[in-house]
Design a protein around this ligand. Structure first.
Ligand SMILES: Nc1ncnc2c1ncn2[C@@H]1O[C@H](COP(=O)(O)OP(=O)(O)OP(=O)(O)O)[C@@H](O)[C@H]1O
Ligand SMILES: [Mg+2]
Length: 263
C-alpha cells in the first residue's frame, strides 16, 4: 500500500512538471512569435519609410527640373525673343516719324526684317527643344536616329543604333520619355564618361519593349554619394517609373556604363 502511494505521488509530480514544462514552452513560443512578428513589422515599416523617402526624392527632382526648365525657357524667351521684338516695336514706331528719307525707311525696314527673322529662328529653336519635331511627326525611331546623327556630327563620339521594334505613333507621349532618357544618358556619356562609342538597341521581349544602352567611357562608382547629386539620373528613374518599367544601371570605374530598361 505504501509503495502504491509513493507511485501516485511520483506520477502527480511528473504530471505537474510536464504541465509546467508545456506551459513554459508555450509561453516561450508565444513570446518568440510575438517578438519576431514585431521585428518583421518593424523591418517592413523601415522598408516602407525608405520607399517613401525615395519617392519624395524623385518627386523633388522632377519639381526642381521643371523649375529649371521653366527658368531656361523664360530666359530664352526673354533674351532671344522679347528683346528682339522690343527693337522691332521701336523700329516700327520710327517708321511713323514724319519726313523720313528713303534711305532711312529702307534701313529701318531692313532692321525689322532682320530682327523678326532672328526672332522666328530662335522661337523655332526653343520649340524644337521642348518637343523635337521629328519625334512628333515620325516617331521615336526617327527621333533617336536624328539624336544619333547630332552626336556623331561632333566627331568625338560614334553611336551604334539598332532598332528591332515598330513604334506605335499613338504612343508618342510615352515615347518622348524614352527619348529624354536617351538624351540624358548620351549627354552623360559625352560629358562625364568621355566615351568614344555609344550603343543603343531596342528589342521586343516578354517584358515589353526593352532598351539596352551602353558606353565605353571611364564609368563611375554607383555607390559613391558624389555621383548621386545630379538630377539627370533621378529624372531617368522617375521617367521609367512613369512608364511602369524597371531600370538596371551598371557601371564601374574604367568599365563604362550599361543601362537596361523596359517600357
Ligand atoms: N556615362 C557616365 N560615365 C561616367 N560617369 C557618369 C555617367 N553617367 C553618370 N555619371 C556620373 O554620375 C553622376 C550623376 O549623373 P547625373 O546625370 O544624375 O548628374 P549630372 O550629369 O552631374 O548633372 P545633371 O544631369 O543634373 O546636369 C555624374 O555627375 C557623373 O559623375
Ligand atoms: Mg546628367
Amino acid at each position: 500500500m505504501k509503495v502504491n502511494a509513493l507511485h501516485e505521488n511520483d506520477i502527480i509530480e511528473i504530471i505537474f512538471y510536464a504541465c509546467f514544462a508545456f506551459f513554459l514552452m508555450g509561453t516561450v513560443m508565444v513570446l518568440f512569435f510575438y517578438f519576431s512578428r514585431k521585428k518583421i513589422i518593424q523591418k517592413e515599416l523601415e522598408k516602407k519609410d525608405l520607399e517613401i523617402q525615395y519617392q519624395k526624392e524623385l518627386l523633388s527632382a522632377v519639381i526642381i527640373t521643371q523649375e529649371e526648365e521653366r527658368k531656361r525657357i523664360a530666359q530664352d524667351l526673354h533674351d532671344d525673343i522679347s528683346s528682339k521684338l522690343n527693337i522691332v516695336s521701336l523700329n516700327s514706331h520710327l517708321l511713323n516719324t514724319p519726313n523720313l528719307s528713303r534711305e532711312e525707311v529702307t534701313e529701318i525696314t531692313a532692321n525689322i526684317i532682320n530682327l523678326t527673322t532672328k526672332a522666328l529662328d530662335n522661337s523655332r529653336k526653343i520649340a524644337h527643344g521642348l518637343l523635337p519635331p521629328v519625334l512628333d511627326k515620325f516617331g521615336l525611331h526617327a527621333g533617336v536616329e536624328e539624336l544619333c546623327l547630332e552626336f556623331r556630327s561632333s566627331k568625338v563620339i560614334n553611336v551604334n543604333y539598332d532598332n528591332k521594334v515598330l513604334f506605335d505613333m499613338e504612343e508618342n507621349d510615352k515615347h518622348l520619355h524614352v527619348f529624354r532618357i536617351l538624351q540624358e544618358l548620351m549627354n552623360n556619356s559625352l560629358r562625364h564618361g568621355k566615351a568614344t562609342v555609344i550603343s543603343i538597341l531596342f528589342e521586343n521581349t516578354k517584358e515589353g519593349k526593352i532598351c539596352y544602352y551602353s558606353d565605353n567611357g571611364i564609368g563611375f562608382d554607383l555607390d559613391n554619394n558624389k555621383n548621386q547629386k545630379g538630377l539627370g539620373m533621378k529624372n531617368i528613374q522617375s521617367r521609367v517609373a512613369f512608364l511602369k518599367g524597371i531600370i538596371t544601371i551598371d557601371s564601374a570605374i574604367n568599365n563604362g556604363i550599361s543601362v537596361v530598361f523596359n517600357f
